[in-house]
Write a protein that binds this ligand. Structure first.
Ligand code: CTP
Length: 223
């Protein structure tokens, strides 16, 4: 019976990489640049993928969220560079990547080992440099049978911006998270999104993050 049940799961035998949470970019030993991502949506996707039979690898930035699912392989990272390294490390064994992390776009040019004093110019004028785009790095090395799904967080011109990201980052799909919709966003228990590919654009209505995660995975399975 177990075998029979297992066979029916859509992601049986598939390895799925999920990124979640924010990244923290250290300025000195106590200060960082971060964002309000809670990690809840990424964890919900990892749990839903695991329930659907996948081997799940979850690379997460700093978060309070926990999972009961012991079969999920969790890798804790702090910065975007660490997240990129871990993803590159895992990528060759992955069938589907779902990049939900709110990766910091910039990092300080230099991290100071000690706590900077408040009156130093070093602190007043922290120089920033761009982080590498993890999605783009993976899309540059991906093979034809690997699927890459990104998220887009937009406040204006949402659908068009998401479509531009889909094209520029050469993705199979992008999930648009609109901060304008009530009940969606960083620390919510619920979410509503639009699942966008080259040919379709499908609204997934407001629901719990775990329900929305399941719907997103069903759409990905159709790819
Ligand atoms: N992303 C990434 N690496 C980065 C920045 C973003 O992998 N250094 C991924 C996110 O995980 C997400 C997607 O790219 O899946 C889009 O992130 P978003 O912040 O919406 O877009 P950006 O490319 O950062 O562009 P912008 O901030 O200008 O909207």
């Amino acid at each position: 019976l177990k075998k029979h049940v297992k066979k029916k799961l859509i992601f049986n035998g598939k390895s799925i990489l999920v990124t979640a949470g924010p990244t923290y970019e250290m300025i000195d030993s106590v200060r960082f640049i971060g964002n309000f991502s809670s990690g809840k949506m990424g964890f919900a996707i990892a749990e839903a993928a695991s329930k659907l039979g996948a081997d799940v690898f979850l690379v997460t930035g700093p978060t309070q969220v926990k999972t009961e699912d012991k079969s999920i392989n969790i890798f804790n990272v702090i910065s975007a560079d660490e997240m990129l390294d871990k993803c590159l490390n895992l990528f060759s064994q992955i069938d589907i990547c779902i990049m939900n992390a709110a990766v910091s776009d910039y990092k300080p040019l230099k991290k100071f080992d000690k706590k900077l004093k408040k009156d130093t110019d070093l602190l007043k004028e922290v120089k920033l440099v761009l982080n590498k785009d993890i999605l783009k790095e993976l899309s540059d090395i991906k093979s034809d049978n690997q699927i890459l799904v990104g998220f887009a967080l937009e406040t204006d011109n949402e659908i068009n911006n998401a479509k531009t990201k889909l094209k520029n980052k050469n993705l199979d799909a992008i999930v648009l998270n609109s901060l304008n919709d009530s009940g969606s966003g960083f620390d919510c228990e619920t979410n509503q999104v639009t699942f966008i590919t080259k040919s379709i654009s499908k609204k997934i209505n407001l629901n719990s993050k775990s329900f929305v995660a399941h719907e997103i995975l069903t759409e990905i399975a159709n790819l």
